[in-house]
Design a protein around this ligand. Structure first.
Ligand code: SF4
Ligand code: SF4
Length: 117
């Protein structure tokens, strides 16, 4: 009986409080300014600094293209922090679920044109 009353007390305590959850995806949380979502690349000069500082080996580069494999990326932001040209930014994009794992490979031409995604 005591347990039942304790349970009812807990329910009543929370009955008039504002919910802490959101009706996602209809409603979305406001992201903090320093949120680190999908890395995006612009005007890359191909210096390879980001390749060296990426802790998971998610970035690979050939003469023609630059690839970030989001399957390996841990969104640490090192690549953006250490890029001398500010060419990589951590965007606010976090809805990255996909049925095709190839969508998680971001391929950029080195002159900055985004080929896929
Ligand atoms: S955010 Fe971190 S893990 Fe992802 S590509 Fe950049 S350096 Fe690598
Ligand atoms: S993204 Fe920045 S650090 Fe990486 S290769 Fe391009 S210019 Fe260099």
């Amino acid at each position: 009986m005591l347990k039942l009353l304790e349970g009812m007390f807990t329910v009543f305590k929370h009955l008039f409080k504002r919910p802490v959850t959101l009706e996602y995806p209809e409603k979305k949380q406001t992201l903090p300014e320093n949120f680190r979502g999908k890395p995006v690349v612009n005007t890359c000069v191909g210096c390879s600094s980001c390749v060296r500082v990426c802790p998971t080996g998610a970035i690979t580069m050939t003469k023609e293209e630059f690839k970030i494999d989001l399957k390996k990326c841990i969104f640490c932001g090192n690549c953006a922090y250490y890029c001398p040209k500010g060419a990589i930014k951590m965007s606010g994009e976090y809805e990255l679920a996909t049925e095709d794992k190839n969508d998680l490979e971001l391929i950029y031409k080195l002159e900055g044109r985004n080929e896929r995604n």
